[in-house]
Design a binder for this molecule. Structure first.
Ligand code: ADP
Length: 452
């Protein structure tokens, strides 16, 4: 099975739609900026795809925060309970990861919050702090309409969660009720934040230019510091500082159809057949960890079916939806030029494909790199839009999430593309945030306790 020029052309014809030109990317930016304005305006917000939720976080930490705090981190792969000690610039933490079993991810509100309360109790007993009354910061990374720092109504579940009785409810109330149902701990949730805000705040603790938080993990989202004058939907305190962090919930960009000009047949198939929330989170589905592997798999499957890969022979594993993990993309793209070590290992050991040629390895790499570059380019559009909105000469973007952290080229591609897309004269830095969901929640909780 040799590679003829024809095969190359046929592959190219199938995957070409994944390449976005700068003209297309600039159009994406314009649309995103328009949608963000709609989200911030009172009249247009109810129908806006991007909700632009004000977070009630009004300032970044000043480094004087201190004390012991509990934090919860719920929002994707793991559920964690943390104990964080803040002392000026020193932060220490202990944490424990708990599983959220599948039946709880798709069960009832009471089951979910009883489970959370039980995990908090277990953790506090193990740490010997069950007798203390500690303030808690809750990093809850789903779209919420906040009515205060400690009041957050879930608008809709994303990222594979589907617990009944939570949408439309205040998750702090649900948590407090579950804590009250058991009487072995005394914990008060004083702040709810999103993981984007956690990343921004924890990074801002060291770098005061940090005005943007970005997540590229299971899902994708971003937040940024906005001027109150631009936030028509703000109904909180009007005093200084006249700014507030906006949780954009940009994952929902495109849900009204504006991204259809770049969405492919396979974006549509993934949305309709693979995801549990068809029609929702369409921008997120083009650029986050939960979906990129499946997207690559759909293209590979097409190439197999056209007889362009593996002599037309797939494997059971490669034919199984969800079975081509996003981390394979990182592994495959980590191969040195034309040394197919990781690619072969994924094909053979992870996917059970026995007959493959070097040309096959090359095409597999090519598909992976197109899927991840498109994701990085779309994320770059979002960052450039936020940098233009913040419009400060020098801004740091805090990033968290396994896709960004572990993909070998995502960061470099983004730096390059954001530089091309952002308004002239604006300088930026992208910085990995560490433990944002824990440290950020504790820092916000500390500020919340101080101002009460
Ligand atoms: P979360 O966003 O749920 O808090 P993570 O930031 O760890 O958690 O993101 C998990 C997502 O990252 C999963 O969807 C997974 O597919 C993806 N992922 C995990 N490891 C890698 C990797 N090495 N390369 C790319 N993506 C990865």
């Amino acid at each position: 099975h040799g590679t003829t020029m024809d095969d190359k052309e046929r592959v190219e014809r199938i995957v070409e739609e994944l390449k976005l030109s700068d003209v297309q990317l600039r159009k994406v930016m314009q649309l995103l900026d328009d949608e963000m304005n709609k989200g911030l305006c009172k009249g247009t917000n109810p129908n806006a795809a991007i909700k632009m939720f004000p977070t009630y976080v009004r300032s970044i930490p000043d480094g004087t925060e201190e004390g012991n705090y509990l934090a919860l981190d719920l929002g994707g792969t793991n559920f964690r309970v943390l104990l964080i000690r803040l002392n000026g610039s020193e932060v220490s933490m202990r944490s424990k990861i708990f599983l959220v079993p599948n039946f709880i991810m798709t069960g009832t509100a009471e089951e979910l919050f009883d489970h959370i309360a039980e995990c908090i109790s277990k953790f506090m007993h193990e740490e010997g702090i069950a007798d203390q009354k500690l303030p808690l910061g809750f990093t809850f990374s789903f779209p919420c309409k906040q009515e205060g720092l400690a009041r957050a109504r879930l608008s809709q579940w994303t990222k594979g969660f589907k617990v009944s009785g939570v949408e439309g409810e205040d998750i702090v109330r649900l948590l407090h009720e579950a804590i009250e149902r058991r009487d072995d701990i005394d914990v008060e949730c004083v702040a709810v934040i999103n993981d984007t805000v956690g990343a921004q705040i924890s990074c801002a603790h060291e770098d005061r230019n940090c005005q943007i938080g970005l997540i590229l993990g299971t899902g994708s989202n971003a937040c940024y510091m906005e001027q109150l004058d631009k936030v028509e939907t703000w109904d909180g305190d009007e005093r200084a500082p006249r700014q507030v962090i906006i949780n954009t919930e940009w994952g929902a960009f495109g849900d009204n159809g504006v991204l259809d000009f770049i969405r492919t047949q396979y974006d549509q198939e993934l949305d309709a057949k693979f995801s549990v929330n068809p029609g929702k989170q369409l921008y997120e589905k083009m650029m986050s960890g939960m979906y990129l592997g499946e997207l690559a798999r759909l293209y590979l499957e097409r190439l197999v079916n056209e007889g362009l890969l593996f002599e037309g022979q797939s494997s059971d594993l490669l034919s199984t939806p969800g079975r081509f993990y996003t981390k394979y993309i990182s592994e495959i793209e980590s191969d040195k030029r034309d040394d197919f070590k990781n690619t072969k290992s994924v094909l053979e050991y992870d996917l059970g494909i026995e007959n493959y040629s070097n040309a096959d390895c090359h095409y597999v790499q090519y598909v992976c790199s197109l899927v991840s570059s498109r994701a990085a380019h779309l994320a770059s559009c979002g960052c450039a839009v936020l940098l233009n909105r913040v419009a400060r000469p020098s801004v740091t973007i805090a990033v968290d999430g396994s896709l960004y952290r572990f993909h070998p080229k995502f960061g470099d591609i983004m730096e390059q593309k954001v530089s091309q897309l952002v308004n002239k004269g604006l300088k930026f830095k992208i910085m990995l945030s560490h433990d944002g969901s824990g440290k950020g929640a504790a820092l916000v909780a500390a500020v919340a306790c101080r101002i009460r």
